[in-house]
Ligand binder design. Structure first.
Ligand SMILES: [Mn+2]
Length: 227
């Protein structure tokens, strides 16, 4: 049922593997971290329509962190497991706590895009089982944090920006390390792993704006191999 909903003809297009992608600009953030400028731009319309399908099954919601604060970012997930937070902590769960049903399946285009971007960044065999989908309205932000709820840290993180631009904060191994401020635009993909897998990172408050495809929102897909 879910897959019928999420499968589109363009799933089969070789977005990430033809010659045009070799012209993608790589901006190195560290020895294990890179921005692939515009890598996802060509499939963005399909990604966004799939986000709409996914969020019709598992809606965006503002979750509470263990400290009691409600996140300014709205989130949902697709894949075998989804990242969630509540008063008791952060974790991955195969069920959406709002619907008590499994998260929507990860569309093949999502997985192919993530695997292709990881490969372009030098990480072979990335096989994501989780895709966290974040929705940023103007003012929404993500403070500096590490991604460390995954079972092991051998696999990279692949992060896809869609819609309104944002300033990505790329920190160091320690929270106090100064963070580089890096504008991310529609279609940009950031990949980090290896020696940079546990670097602190975040997103500055999204500025008000209007994007032709997403209106007043920014969306971010974060792919992880969680289990
Ligand atoms: Mn993160």
């Amino acid at each position: 049922m879910l897959s019928a909903n999420l499968t589109m003809p363009s799933d089969t297009l070789p977005y990430a593997d033809d010659g045009a992608q070799s012209a993608i600009q790589h901006v190195a953030l560290g020895s294990g971290a890179v921005v692939l400028r515009g890598y996802a731009r060509r499939c963005a319309v399909d990604l966004l329509s799939m986000i709409t399908s996914i969020s019709s099954l598992s809606p965006f919601r503002h979750m509470v962190v263990p400290g009691g604060w409600k996140m300014s970012v709205g989130l949902t997930n697709c894949g075998k497991v989804g990242w969630i937070t509540d008063r008791t902590g952060y974790r991955y769960d195969s069920l959406d706590p709002a619907t008590r049903r499994p998260w929507p399946k990860m569309p093949p285009l999502f997985a192919d895009l993530a695997t292709g971007a990881a490969k372009a960044a030098g990480f072979t065999d990335f096989c994501p089982d989780a895709c966290l989908i974040n929705r940023y309205a103007p003012g929404a932000r993500l403070s500096l944090h590490q991604d460390r709820d995954e079972r092991n840290f051998e696999h990279p993180i692949v992060s896809v920006s869609l819609g309104l631009p944002a300033i990505f904060l790329w920190g160091g191994k320690k929270r106090a390390d100064e963070a580089r401020r890096l504008p991310l635009h529609h279609g940009d993909v950031v990949v980090w792993g290896g020696p940079d897998r546990l670097n602190f990172h975040g997103v500055d408050a999204v500025a008000r704006g209007e994007h032709p495809l997403t209106g007043s929102f920014r969306f971010n897909l974060t792919f992880r191999q969680a289990r």
